[in-house]
Design a protein around this ligand. Structure first.
Ligand code: BG6
Length: 291
C-alpha cells in the first residue's frame, strides 16, 4: 500500500501520519505529547523513538539508504528466521529475509498510554506478527508461528541501534554471568567475565543464556537505557570500530562512536524449536532513566 492508502485506513490526525520517499518507501511518523517515533513498513523497522523530554534513544545512520530491498542501517532491524549468514546457503542474505521484506500493517491504535502498530509477514513457513508500541517506553513484541506440517526451528533478533554519547564510554550491565561467542576471534567461546561490558575495540559478541534485562549506562550523557526482555535468551553487542565502519558506505567512521547495538533475541545455542502450529513470543521494552 502507498502512503495515501495507508493514511486513508490508519491516519490519526496530528498523531500518526504517513509519508513516502522518492523510492516509494513508506513510513509512519508518530508524535504525541512530546514523544516522537518513526516506523518503516519495509522490514517493520523502527528508525526513531524518543520519549517526551528526552534526546533520541534509537540511532539511525546519517548515511542510511532508504530504498526497496536494501537493509536500513540503524533503527531496529527485525532479524528472522536466521541470524548472521544462512546456515547452509551462502547465497542467502545475511540476517534473514524479514528486514528487507514489505510487511503488512494490520492495525493502528492511538490508546491512552501508547500509539500501537500491529504488523504481519508470512515468511518461509512462519506467520510472523510484530507489535510496536510507542509511548513513554518503546514496547516490542515479536511472535513466530510455525505454519509447516513438521517441527521447525529459527533464530531471531531485534537488532537495536542505540544512541550513546560515545561508544567507548558506556558500560552494558546484565551480561556479567553469561558466556559469549566472540565473532571477531574465530567464534571463540569466552566464559562469563563477572563484569559490565565496555568496548575498546571492534566488538561482535553473542551472549548466550542471558538471564534478565540489560542496561546501557551512559553516565557521560547523564542517562541509562534500560532494556527489559521476555522470551529472549541471547543478547548481541556490536560496534565495528572506525576502520570497518569507514568501509561501510551506509555507516561511515563519523557515525561509529555514536551508537551501540545491544540486540535481544534467540540465536546459536538459543535457537527456538517449534512444533507444528506452535507459537513463540519474545518481548523487549526500552526505557530511559537518569541512571
Ligand atoms: C551483528 C552481527 O548483529 O550485525 C555482526 O553480529 C554484523 O556480525 C552486524 O556485522 C551488522 O550486520 P549487517 O548485515 O547489518 O551489516
Amino acid at each position: 500500500m502507498n502512503a495515501a492508502d495507508l493514511a486513508n485506513r490508519f491516519r490519526v490526525p496530528g498523531v500518526v501520519e504517513f509519508s513516502e520517499n522518492e523510492h516509494g518507501l513508506v513510513k509512519a511518523v508518530v508524535s504525541r505529547g512530546g514523544m516522537t517515533g518513526e516506523l518503516y513498513l519495509q522490514g517493520a523497522q523502527v528508525t526513531a523513538w524518543q520519549p517526551a523530554g528526552a534526546t533520541p534513544v534509537i540511532f539511525t545512520s546519517s548515511h542510511a539508504v532508504f530504498a526497496p530491498g536494501k537493509a536500513i542501517r540503524g533503527g531496529i532491524p527485525v532479524i528472522v528466521p536466521w541470524f548472521g549468514p544462512h546456515p547452509s546457503d551462502p547465497k542467502a542474505p545475511q540476517h534473514g529475509l524479514a528486514r528487507t521484506a514489505p510487511w503488512q500493517l494490520d492495525k493502528v491504535d492511538a490508546g491512552p498510554d501508547a500509539v500501537t502498530f500491529d504488523l504481519s509477514l508470512a515468511i518461509e513457513g512462519f506467520a510472523v506478527t510484530y507489535r510496536v508500541a510507542f509511548g513513554g517506553a518503546l514496547d516490542l513484541t515479536l511472535t513466530m508461528r510455525n505454519t509447516r506440517a513438521g517441527e521447525t526451528s529459527f533464530e531471531e533478533a531485534l537488532h537495536t541501534y542505540f544512541c550513546v554519547s560515545d561508544v567507548a564510554r558506556v558500560a552494558v550491565s546484565g551480561l556479567e554471568s553469561s558466556a559469549h561467542i566472540d565473532k571477531t576471534a574465530n567464534m571463540a567461546r569466552i566464559p562469563p567475565s563477572g563484569a559490565r561490558v565496555t568496548l575498546a575495540k571492534e566488538t561482535d559478541s553473542v551472549y548466550l543464556g542471558v538471564p534478565g534485562g540489560l542496561a546501557i549506562n551512559d553516565s557521560n550523557a547523564g542517562r541509562r537505557i534500560v532494556i527489559d526482555k521476555t522470551g529472549a535468551s541471547s543478547a548481541i553487542v556490536w560496534n565495528p570500530w572506525p576502520e570497518k565502519a569507514a568501509a561501510m558506505a551506509d555507516l561511515g567512521a563519523d557515525n561509529q562512536p555514536k551508537f551501540i547495538c545491544v540486540e535481544t533475541g534467540n540465536v546459536a545455542d538459543n535457537r527456538v524449536h517449534l512444533a507444528p502450529g506452535a507459537t513463540h513470543e519474545m518481548t523487549t521494552r526500552i526505557a530511559v532513566d537518569a541512571g
